[in-house]
Design a protein around this ligand. Structure first.
Ligand code: ZN
Ligand code: ZN
Length: 417
């Protein structure tokens, strides 16, 4: 693509700026669209704020799970299972019409972040914060469960409300599968949503095929020979070798993988040495690998190993590579995605449905979506600058009108055969 000419640039910039301005304050039209007396807005906000004040880290969501189970108890469901995958909760509702078994999922965990948002519902637990919006997910699914239980006669098939622990790096989804979450009843299809501060409130984003990346991890130990910083000839320097490795690693993406296939290597930790004039014995590197294609994903450890072997030959260091398979890419089923599209058009309007680009984060709902046809969609949670902060940031917050949108989507999906 050519560079924009100097004459065109200012008008392009002003067009983008005015688009951004109109995004930051939602118009009257959007407020009308979101307002509906059928939506339990007050409950959605109250429950979300209750959970926001009491964040719990991955796999110790005991209070949240107890709260969820107590709320589900009030609904007269057919079955409630607790302690599924350690702290997960499942509620089963048998509908009044024939139909498939549909699993609707919300994740419950918070992050080890000290909240910096100044609100009256800020975290009351030091060092823990709902900085990814999972408090909203739980609130949405509880409210949807209540409505669908009230409208049981209209519900096709069976709905399993799935409240999952440990999404943030602990594969709670896989633990729930291992504990039988997809059986009794046998789940046919799954739906999940994520509130997203990168999308304007009122909108829903979908994507066919891989939507979110895989996320795997590596730890590399490099062993050299320590010595005096002034006499490198007597040492084997693992810091220099490790530094070469960090840059060589990037050539996997830039020189070995087609530009059309997104992939990321990040070395997030490089630990070596103690002081300014000592060459250390060892260096340790840790990092993450992200991509969207199963074959490329499977090839990554061998590609890294090849570079490490070269490093051993070239720089005399010994190495150890520990590669940890974590979350697969989240792949959406086309038919399930079309159901989401239909529901979004009917409940929100066609202009609220966004065909979204890939998102580089990873999601453990990918485990369930490997086993069942599923659709994962994103729900816009940005209503201005304060709610446009990235996820996992200490200033993250959602525009709570997004709860209404998520609720309406989940209810409509539960009612769709
Ligand atoms: Zn997160
Ligand atoms: Zn999340």
């Amino acid at each position: 693509m050519k560079l924009a000419s100097a004459a065109r640039l200012p008008s392009d910039v002003s067009r983008v700026q005015s688009r951004l301005r109109s995004r930051s304050g939602l118009g009257v039209e959007t407020d009308v669209m979101l307002a509906s007396h059928a939506v339990p807005t007050e409950d959605l906000v109250r429950v979300r704020r209750h959970l926001h004040r009491r964040p719990e880290l991955s796999m110790v969501e005991h209070d949240t799970a107890a709260f969820v189970a107590a709320e589900l108890e009030k609904l007269g469901l057919d079955r409630i299972r607790t302690a599924v995958g350690k702290t997960g909760v499942l509620g089963t509702l048998e509908g009044g019409r024939p139909g498939p078994v549909t699993l609707l999922r919300a994740d419950m965990d918070a992050l080890p972040i000290a909240e910096l948002v100044e609100t009256d519902y800020r975290s009351e637990r030091a060092g823990a914060m709902h900085a990814c919006g999972h408090d909203g997910h739980v609130s949405i699914l509880l409210a949807a469960a209540k409505t669908l239980a009230d409208r049981r006669a209209e519900v096709p098939g069976t709905i399993v409300f799935c409240f999952q622990p440990g999404e943030e790096g602990h594969a709670g989804n896989r633990l729930m599968i291992e504990d039988g979450a997809l059986e009794n009843p046998h789940v046919d299809r799954t739906f999940a949503l994520h509130l997203y501060s990168g999308l304007d409130v009122g909108n829903v984003g979908v994507r066919d095929g891989a939507f979110f990346a895989s996320a795997d991890e590596f730890v590399i130990g490099l062993k050299g020979r320590g010595g005096h910083g002034a006499m490198p000839q007597n040492s084997i320097d693992p810091i220099v070798a490790g530094s070469y490795f960090v840059t060589m690693l990037q050539t996997i993406v830039s020189r070995e993988i087609a530009p059309k296939d997104p992939a990321v290597f990040t070395v997030g930790k490089f630990e070596a040495g103690t002081t300014f004039n000592v060459i250390p014995d060892e260096a340790t590197l840790m990092g993450t690998v992200r991509c969207f294609d199963a074959e490329i994903r499977a090839s990554m450890p061998q590609r890294m190993e090849r570079i490490l072997k070269g490093l051993r030959e070239a720089m005399r260091v010994e190495y150890e590579l520990e590669y940890r398979w974590s979350y697969p890419p989240t792949v959406n089923d086309k038919a399930m995605n079309d159901l989401v599209r239909g529901v979004a058009r009917d409940t929100l309007g066609a202009d609220r449905l966004v065909e979204h680009d890939i998102v580089m984060w990873a999601e453990d709902m990918s485990f369930m979506q490997e086993q069942r046809a599923g659709a994962y969609f994103i729900v816009g949670a940005r209503g201005g600058d304060a709610t446009g902060v990235p996820h996992h940031n200490a200033r993250f917050d959602i525009d709570e009108r997004s709860l209404d949108v998520g609720y309406r989507m989940m209810v409509a999906l539960g009612l769709r055969g």
